[in-house]
Design a protein around this ligand. Sequence first.
Ligand code: EPU
Length: 302
Amino acid sequence: MRISEKPAAARLKELRVELRTGVSLSEKTSLGIGGTTDELLLRRFETIPEVMRLLANEKIPYRFLGGGTNVLVDDGELPWIVLHLPTSQPGMKVEGNAAYVDAAADLGGMVTFCAKHDLGGMEGLIGVPGSVGGALRMNAGAYGTQIGSYVREVELYRAASGEIETVRGNDIRFDYRHTSFAPEDVMLRVKLELPSKPFKEILAGIKVCNEKRRASQPLNQKSAGCIFKNPPGGSAGRMIDELGLKGHRAGDAMVSDRHANFFINAGSASCAEMLRLIDDVRERVHKSFGVELENEVILWKN
Ligand code: EPU
């Protein structure tokens, strides 16, 4: 969708919202898959409610892109624009055991920043790619740690009220890869409360997690992490592996030969190919194990 041709473009300029036209989302997602659209860069949080009103008035559909590490985007010209918070120099500060971090910050960057201030607990999250905002929305987790456990406050644009609000951690539900935020809410900032731990000790924990991850996950290939959620008490990766599906393909979309719940773009895979692979694997798992796997990756279909 081209917002540059809409009346909203002039007002957006006044609000100092940067417009980038014809952006290919294949360059903005870790899977390297996705079509083309216009992008708005929201530099000043206080303008977000007005930007949202403008988009609603002119019926311009949008999606909010964080780090792009857990999303599978459709091919071709996309019928919605993309909103994005600037990622250069996002704010991070520590006061006592509290860390205040902008949603646009890199998740790993936040873990190491806090570590340098002797605040730990999040070592398990170190290799999870993506932004803090995306991690909050999905309640990202690894190696027994979930970000939700440390959240004390979230500042967000709440779609229901059309305003920027602060929500207390106790009022948010954090479940397995799921939270009570509405899909249209936009994460802006978070306050975390973290246990004190000497930097050296945190670093040792980070090293262990990094090694485990390197040994079991295809880190240098284009993926969106795990494609399916684990079913209660089970492991999607193990089931797919047991079916001998490592290396199984649909075009350039391929089940990783390192971790069977990682599907990789082995060349120039399209969204259609990735979806074919996802459906194929889901069906095979269902047939053999009677388990209906649920997507972990978020699908942005037209
Ligand atoms: N397994 C296999 N074959 C495989 C992959 C795994 O047999 O190809 C077996 C492993 O040997 C192990 C079990 O399955 O016994 C579980 O595997 P693993 O420890 O790799 O963890 P996982 O359940 O597959 C989850 C998260 C990961 C997270 C790791 C580490 C989900 C869907 N996945 O994976 O998160 O990094 O634990 O804590 O919850 C993600 O969210 O995108 C993600 C990758």
